[in-house]
Design a protein around this ligand. Structure first.
Ligand code: MV4
Length: 452
């Protein structure tokens, strides 16, 4: 096992990783920006190093600075957490070249799954269902027209180097095609410096469902079920839940079997997530996240498995500590992301927390780094807490969610808890009648009413 792990991240996830290390008897190094000297995990770590200025570009994204800290403290592994350098193949490569273990997959898989076309082609070859569309990037508008004819309208253009939905353009019919193609190319060029685009059939009302997998270096691959992440706004997830209430067991068994075999075939090692769109009873693979995710807590509560601990054990060359048959999925879990934002306008709301009380009780978990008097800095992601609740079924889970949100007190800054509380009373949400566009429409409707 590792002797000392450097945590190259901040906030709640850095604290989550620190807790796993402490429980495993591993020493910890916290690295932080100037603004983050007062973070809870910095205080709890065995050692800490300031790695740069407030802006992430000079600190949490500063490869040289992080490596110096690792060398200085004699860390034998680096956990990159989520975001920042967690999927950066160059970082992983440099870390390994310094004889330090990168707690994540091989560089090869960071590269292949980091390329959306390669990821899609690879998964399709392994039998994972993908959206029909072009084979790789499009060479001309004529090729786009032929592909659209074959796939069926509506179609969607996506930037090869894109991300976060930027530069996506829908063409509903042949008359729209040329303009959509040209606009997609122009936006791709402007945003990503590469005008290459590809095409997929457009799914109008899908849910976003992702599957958690864990693979060790001995060919053992297990899944921890799915998370329905459809409640999102501008590609920021607000609520995640498991299980997805509209998937039945035969459907789940079929897709998880395919995923596990695909992950084994490509020789992937580590934790990962396969993201799908789900519409009319069918799954379509979108991309693979080759890292720990913020919403991993949902799957942990559903299964009782410590995903971060397993991730660290696997990186150290150990076998998975359980088999698929040992995994028990019990009850229903929801995670509410509490952000330091105005719950109406979603404007960031940094500042000092003047009073703080977190909910607790049976099956109520709060993942948070903040404390009474903590100052939320304006420089980073505004996530301040994840409230994760479990019930024996979805209704009990919702009831516990309402009670937990009612109990939460965060004074001094605005936060998104009131929004979550309202969603939990919405009939569509309660009935499971939603898709990836539901929250935007719900907010627009609510805003219209409050003007009147
Ligand atoms: C799609 C789609 C509909 N049809 N692909 C947006 C970001 C990128 N990761 C995938 N995205 C989408 N791809 C096809 N063929 C709709 C989206 C999409 C979306 C996906 C997941 C979560 C939120 C979303 C919000 C808008 C659009």
């Amino acid at each position: 096992m590792f002797n000392k792990v450097l945590i190259a991240n901040r906030g709640e996830i850095a604290l989550r990783i620190l807790r796993a290390c402490k429980q495993m008897g591993i020493k910890t190094v916290a690295v932080h920006s100037v603004a983050d000297a007062n973070l809870m995990h910095v205080r709890l770590a065995d050692e800490s190093v300031c790695i740069g200025p407030n802006q992430s570009s000079g600190s949490y994204l500063n490869i040289a600075s992080i490596l110096s800290a690792a060398e200085l403290t004699g860390a034998d592994a680096i956990h990159p957490g989520v975001g920042f350098l967690s999927e950066n193949a160059r970082f992983a490569e440099i870390v390994q070249e310094h004889g330090i273990k990168f707690i994540g997959p091989d560089v090869e898989h960071l590269i292949s799954m980091g390329d959306k076309i390669i990821a899609k082609t690879t998964m399709a070859k392994m039998g994972v269902p993908v959206v029909i569309g072009s084979d790789g990037s499009l060479e001309s508008v004529d090729q786009a027209r032929e592909t659209a004819e074959r796939s069926g309208y509506p179609v969607l253009f996506k930037a090869v180097n894109g991300g976060g939905g930027k530069g996506m353009k829908v063409a509903n019919c042949e008359a729209d095609l040329e303009q959509a193609y040209n606009m997609a190319k122009a936006e791709a060029k402007a945003n990503f410096g590469n005008d290459a685009v590809y095409m997929e059939r457009y799914l109008a009302q899908p849910r976003h469902i992702e599957f958690q997998i864990i693979a060790d270096s001995y060919g053992n691959v297990v899944h921890l079920g799915e998370r329905d992440c459809s409640i999102q706004r501008n590609h920021q997830k607000l609520i995640e839940e498991s299980p997805c209430m509209i998937i039945d067991n035969p459907t789940r068994d079929k897709i998880t079997h395919t995923i596990v075999e695909a992950v084994r075939s490509i020789g992937y090692v580590g934790v990962g997530t396969l993201e799908f769109l789900y519409e009319n009873g069918q799954f379509f693979f979108m991309e693979m996240n080759t890292r720990l995710q913020v919403e991993h807590s949902v799957s942990e509560e559903l299964t009782g498995i410590d995903i971060v601990r397993e991730q660290i054990r696997i990186a150290a060359g150990n076998k998975l500590s359980f088999r698929q048959e040992d995994v028990r999925f019990s009850g229903h879990v929801m995670e509410f992301r509490i952000n330091a934002e105005n719950p109406q306008s979603f404007m960031p709301s940094p500042g000092r927390i003047t009073e703080l009380h977190f909910p607790a009780g049976i099956d109520v978990r709060v993942d948070s780094h903040v404390y009474d008097g903590y100052v939320v800095p304006p420089y980073y992601d505004s996530l301040v807490a994840k409230i994760v609740v479990k019930g024996s079924d979805r209704n009990e889970c919702i009831s516990r969610g309402r009670a937990a949100l009612d109990e939460l007190i965060i004074d001094g800054i605005q936060n998104t808890a009131p929004l979550h509380r309202q969603i939990l009373d919405d009939p569509d949400f309660i009935n499971g009648d939603f898709n990836i566009h539901w929250l935007k429409r719900w907010i627009d409707r609510r805003t219209d009413h409050s003007v009147l």
